[in-house]
Ligand binder design. Structure first.
Ligand SMILES: [Zn+2]
Length: 294
């Protein structure tokens, strides 16, 4: 069985590649924070629930990515329960085809209809409809459009994918980010909080995550600097992608291409908003060029 680790009087998490939170609502009933990456994982969570004679009351998803909602459908059917997420994320959980569609920008090719990106859809509601004593929802948007964190009455903060461990960053070099500016704002916001424990979905639980958050901030700053260097003299969009993939030793396939190029596009939007680059169109090709400061 997976390890169940107690972090407070009512707060537990299941340690796994995607950490899942369990909060005790009363003596018998619990809620989950995320459900892992698959039906098989959900069955492992179910074993833990049964072993403790708990009853599952509802699920909160921090965001709609497949590795956080993969157990939703199984658990919803099994326990006949509601699932809650931020409103915009709930659309993606209700219709999981939207995730590969967002990445691809149209009807996705068959290679993108995979469990890694497209979970089974489940019925999800706006978390604004949920009021539970002992749980506070905080806005952690950036990694995805409407990501939330959950703070429990034990002062434990489940941060979803607001940041990841140094080990994972070293391995993958570039994390998926939807909105760079809000991602930054969220990291700085978390740095100024002082909860008892922080539980990232991917990484170790820490009492003080400042160093880990700083590593994530530096990672984003480095990618931005490298993109600015690459586009300095003007470059076509396709060449920019190739240069970034080569620089970070990313081996692309159709899925990786769309995941990483989405994040690079997020950087381009942010830099354009900052007035630091412009998009140009020459001979039917899109170019990106830096705007020299005067
Ligand atoms: Zn995610």
């Amino acid at each position: 069985m997976l390890d169940l680790i107690k972090l407070g009087e009512k707060t537990y998490y299941v340690a796994s590649p995607v950490n899942v939170g369990i909060y005790l609502l009363d003596n018998d009933n619990v809620c989950l924070i995320d459900t892992g990456n698959s039906k098989e994982f959900a069955k492992e969570i179910e074993k833990i629930i049964n072993a403790n004679n708990w009853n599952l009351k509802f699920i909160i998803n921090t965001h709609s990515h497949a590795d956080h909602i993969g157990g939703n459908k199984y658990l919803q059917n099994k326990y006949n329960i509601k699932i809650y997420a931020n409103k915009i994320e709930s659309y993606f959980i209700n219709d999981c085809i939207l995730e590969p569609s967002l990445l691809y920008g149209a009807n996705p090719p068959k290679e993108m209809h995979i469990k890694f990106i497209e979970a089974d859809s489940s019925c999800c509601e706006d978390i604004a409809n949920l009021k539970v004593e002992g749980l506070e929802v905080i806005n952690l948007e950036g990694h995805s459009k409407g990501m939330i964190g959950v703070v429990t009455s034990d002062d434990v903060c489940f941060v979803g994918d607001a940041y990841t461990s140094k080990k994972i960053l070293d391995k993958y070099a570039i994390q998926y980010v939807f909105d760079i500016e809000n991602y930054f704002n969220t990291l700085n916001y978390l740095k100024n909080t002082n909860y008892r424990f922080y539980v990232p979905a991917h990484g170790e639980v820490e009492e003080n995550p400042t160093n880990t958050i700083n590593v994530n901030i530096k990672n984003i700053e480095d990618i931005e600097k490298n993109i600015l260097k690459i586009i300095y003299n003007g470059i076509s969009y396709n060449d920019l992608l190739k240069e970034v993939f080569n620089l970070y030793h990313i081996k692309i396939n159709i899925v990786q291409y769309h995941l990483f190029s989405a994040t690079i596009k997020a950087f381009l939007s942010k830099l354009e908003n900052d007035g630091r680059l412009e998009f140009l169109f020459k001979k039917n090709e899109m170019f990106i060029k830096i705007i020299e400061s005067i």
